[in-house]
Design a protein around this ligand. Structure first.
Ligand SMILES: NC(=O)c1ccc[n+]([C@@H]2O[C@H](COP(=O)([O-])OP(=O)(O)OC[C@H]3O[C@@H](n4cnc5c(N)ncnc54)[C@H](OP(=O)(O)O)[C@@H]3O)[C@@H](O)[C@H]2O)c1
Length: 267
């Protein structure tokens, strides 16, 4: 119960959360990236509780299977408290003319199928409710990050994945892949309940965050503007952690899409 798995650790938000978890909790962190380990390891610096697992490309199930085996070998079963999935790409199609089948496929593979495959291989390492209840610790290693009553499956989704909220159109592949991700999260949460897992699954919208993801849209000179829901990565991770730490089964957070204010977004 002392392990966080952070998929997509070298991205803007994934990196900021990885730093936060290392600094503010006593969890062991497995930082997954599809890039090479060297750069991420250098950016994060040396930590006894950190393992970087590189070349984990969520389009390739074998790489996820291998990463999960490594976590099981080193930490054992019932070891994972948090699985956070950050993978996401955006092809901003404005009209049907811009639809490209390969881009559609890549977007679905990364934005939704890859999250589901990550859960397929890592959820078995989350303790059952019974095993969770029998755990004894002096201080919760995930204190301040995950509610003390549960484990957490946390996927970065987006408000634009909400079908009800779609008032402008555009971004076919991104919107549809996030809508599919939301359905995966809802379905996963039912499975967690049915299998008496200690896990709760939720999808999350972080607002607009200044990362390499939004740079092509907002421009390199964009500044944080919290009144307009536009944040630096540090501000975004503060919100993200505050929502993560509240999410519990009792308060019915599971199987839903939440925004950075803690408000539920309709499907
Ligand atoms: N920034 C925003 O305003 C915003 C708004 C709403 C939702 N989101 C969502 O938040 C998430 C993180 O976004 P960000 O702003 O941090 O973007 P980013 O800096 O561009 O990060 C992209 C993420 O995708 C991962 N990734 C890309 N291709 C991958 C692959 N083949 N296999 C595994 N991982 C892959 C990267 O992980 P590695 O490079 O470490 O493998 C990284 O975590 C995305 O899902 C995005 O849709 C962002």
């Amino acid at each position: 119960m002392s392990t966080a798995v952070i998929q997509g650790s070298s991205g803007g938000l994934g990196f900021a959360l990885t730093q936060h978890v290392l600094k503010h909790t006593s969890l062991n962190v497995f930082a997954l990236t599809h890039r090479s380990a060297k750069e991420l390891q250098e950016r994060l610096g040396h930590h006894e509780r950190l393992t970087v697992l590189d070349r984990v490309d969520i389009r390739d199930e074998g790489t996820l299977e291998k990463a999960a085996s490594t976590v099981r070998e080193r930490q054992g079963n019932d070891s994972v408290r948090l699985i956070a999935c950050f993978a996401g790409v955006l092809e901003p199609e404005k009209s049907l003319r811009m639809i490209n089948p390969q881009t559609l496929l890549d977007t679905f593979q990364i934005n939704c199928m890859g999250h589901l495959l990550t859960y397929k291989h890592f959820v078995p390492l989350i303790p059952s409710k019974k095993a969770f209840a029998e755990l004894k610790w002096d201080e919760d290693p995930a204190k301040g990050l995950v509610a003390k009553t549960n484990s957490l499956c946390f996927s970065l989704s987006a408000r634009v994945g909400s079908i009800e909220d779609n008032k402008k159109g555009g971004w076919y592949s991104y919107r549809a892949s996030k809508a599919a991700l939301n359905q995966f999260i809802r379905t996963l949460d039912h499975e967690l309940v049915n299998k008496s897992s200690s896990g709760v699954a939720m999808a999350y919208h972080p607002g607009t965050v200044l990362t390499s993801f939004t740079r092509p849209i907002l421009g390199a000179k964009a500044e944080p503007n919290p009144d307009k829901g536009q944040f630096s990565t540090d501000q975004a991770v503060e919100h993200l952690v505050s929502i993560m730490s509240k999410a519990s089964r009792e308060q019915e957070w599971g199987g839903r899409l939440w925004d950075y204010k803690g408000e539920q977004i309709p499907w």
